[in-house]
Design a protein around this ligand. Structure first.
Ligand code: PLP
Length: 562
């Protein structure tokens, strides 16, 4: 079954989470969607990758919104046997002084052209393991830091061992975020010099060899966001897998910092947008950090109504999304508008079914959906309720929201409560719908169906952001704070609009209201040709560039083939 995948050398792509499809709930947000888009583009471009992740049988979390407007989270179990094939190989990794056995599932990602990609999902739910160890691959980002460290051992060390057991020949490793960094420790051991060849006191580890094999993409713009483990915990869980002195040299004196470990053991390192790479260089002086700005998978994130248009006017766009640059000149305004109305109708129908709220297709819809967490500031739009109402009295609009908070993110959960409080407060003036259980399918419905995609993170915390890129594929402009990808994507009034100029200490809510009231809504209501010109600008200038085909061609040329 693996035959067709093991006969050529491959790039091993490691990710803690991955959005393979809507029915497989083993992702929490943008990082997992990026991993999925990476593999989907690799399939279309026929790049030889093999992806490793955890099976996460209990999923991430299923979100219910109760009648009070609070998030209630449930496990989100899935049956790997419905989508994947069990593989025979079993390997073990040392955890707390005993061996934990790991099995694997093969999910074959089928591209929509011809390519296929093998995805290996690691699973400890085996008879050989204790009840506790069987749960280690159940919940994505569940449990405490001990659980997390054990999961990272399974992913990194277990993943490398599993690939070998399955007969894969690996030419390079790609670490999607620091979660996978322990794979480099396994490689250090694999390529260590034999004891007999060492002079007394000499390290057995061949650092250059391992570094040459590893490529690392960092996603976190602040120190506090990096995965860290105390060395006490590491010793308790991992024992003397690698001697402590070496580990401290590679991963930091105080704690095992997964980002530092990955930086020290990767020849190629990149951030996910230009600004993010700059910040990473400041945070970790002395490392060479390139930038490859993220992208989204063209076919996956294009609504069928737009895919039909592009197929007609820009055939080949799925393989060469650069062709979308021609949308501006080659697609008629009426055709763009009609395709958008079709996507908008679908969103309105979803909103009606899920929330009983009836939206008006003639009025603009602002959309905001992503992980609900403090730095994303979903509440910025509601800073001054009276001001918001005053704007809506003159130029009415509607709002659609969605997003899950991590079960332990109290701040994120409070934001969901707060958004629902605003919804009740504004019930008579601004229709606001909160759609439960945000996931891939809902994301496409929203990014294509709204008229404006709102993004208000607290700079510089949004390393890239990708949902605005999905909107661009569907001709939906962004109204966004200048952070992450938008610093590169925003051409004012052409691809969308900036909130403020990205400087610190701005009154961003006031600037948001100003731009909405004086620029965005007047254009929508008074100048439909001008509005469609912006829609076309987002497609021509942004969708043609911020896609994962470009991203993967860059990784292939600059990281994998370096
Ligand atoms: C694209 C996507 C995200 C990422 O959104 P950002 O705005 O980049 O944070 C999160 N969740 C889902 C389901 C997505 O499809």
């Amino acid at each position: 079954m693996l035959d067709e995948f093991v006969d050529e050398e491959r790039i091993a792509y490691f990710s803690m989470e991955i959005a393979l499809r809507n029915e497989i709930p083993i992702y929490s947000g943008g990082l997992g969607v990026l991993a999925g888009d990476t593999v989907r583009s690799a399939a279309d471009l026929e790049l030889p990758l093999v992806t490793v992740s955890l099976v996460s049988r209990a999923g991430y979390c299923h979100q219910e919104i109760n009648t009070k407007g609070q998030q209630i989270e449930h496990p989100d179990p899935w049956q790997p046997e419905d989508w994947a094939t069990p593989l025979d190989a079993k390997i073990a990794v040392p955890i707390e002084g005993k061996m934990v056995w790991i099995g694997a599932w093969l999910y074959v990602l089928k591209g929509h052209m011809n390519g296929q990609q093998p995805v290996i999902l690691l699973d400890t739910d085996l008879d050989e393991n204790s009840a506790e160890d069987r749960r280690l691959t159940h919940t994505l980002y569940g449990g405490d830091s001990t659980y997390r460290l054990k999961q990272e051992i399974i992913l990194g060390i277990g993943g490398v061992r599993m690939l070998q057991a399955l007969g894969f020949q690996i030419r390079e490793y790609h670490l999607n975020e620091g979660h996978a960094a322990l794979l480099a420790l396994e490689l250090l051991r694999r390529y260590a010099y034999p004891k007999e060849e060492l002079r007394p006191g000499e390290s057995p580890y061949n650092l250059p060899r391992v570094r040459d094999l590893c490529n690392f993409t960092t996603h976190t713009p602040v120190e506090a966001g990096h995965d860290k483990f105390s060395y006490d915990l590491v010793q308790q869980v991992l024992g003397d897998f690698i001697d402590l002195a070496t580990l401290k040299l590679l991963a930091g004196k105080e704690n095992l910092n997964m980002t530092r470990l990955a930086l020290n053991l990767s020849e190629y390192v990149n951030g996910v947008a230009k600004r993010h790479a700059e910040l990473s260089r400041k945070m970790f002086p002395g490392y060479r950090v390139k930038s490859v700005t993220n992208g989204v998978h063209p076919f996956t994130w294009t609504h069928p109504s737009f895919a039909k248009l592009y197929d007609t006017y820009l055939p080949g766009w799925c393989h060469e999304p650069e062709l979308l640059a021609r949308a501006e000149c080659c697609i008629a305004d009426e055709a763009i508008w009609k395709a958008h109305q079709e996507a908008k109708q679908q969103l309105i129908k979803t909103v009606k079914e899920d929330t009983q709220i009836a939206l008006d297709p003639a009025l603009p819809i602002l959309g905001f959906a992503r992980r609900m967490t403090t730095y994303k500031r979903p509440d910025l739009l509601f800073t001054d309720i009276e001001r918001l109402q005053a704007i809506a009295r003159q130029q009415p609009f509607q709002i659609v929201l969605a997003g899950k908070a991590h079960p332990k993110d109290e701040g994120g959960k409070r934001l969901i409560d707060l958004l629902h409080a605003h919804q009740r407060e504004l019930a008579d003036s601004i229709p606001i719908a909160f759609l439960p259980n945000y996931g891939m399918d809902l994301a496409l419905t929203m990014v294509a169906g709204v008229d404006v995609w709102l993004n208000t993170p607290l700079p510089p915390l949004e390393a890239s952001g990708t949902s605005g890129m999905k909107a661009a594929l569907n001709g939906v402009p962004s109204l966004s704070v200048l952070d992450g990808w938008w610093i590169e994507g925003c051409i004012e009034g052409i691809t969308g609009w900036a909130i403020g100029d990205g400087k610190e200490g701005e009154e961003e809510s006031a600037l948001l209201y100003q731009k909405l009231e004086q620029v965005v809504l007047p254009l929508y209501f008074k100048d439909s040709n001008g509005w469609i010109a912006v829609m076309k600008g987002t497609i021509s200038k942004n969708a043609s560039f911020f896609n994962s085909h470009r991203m993967m061609r860059r990784y292939a040329a600059e990281a994998y083939l370096r």
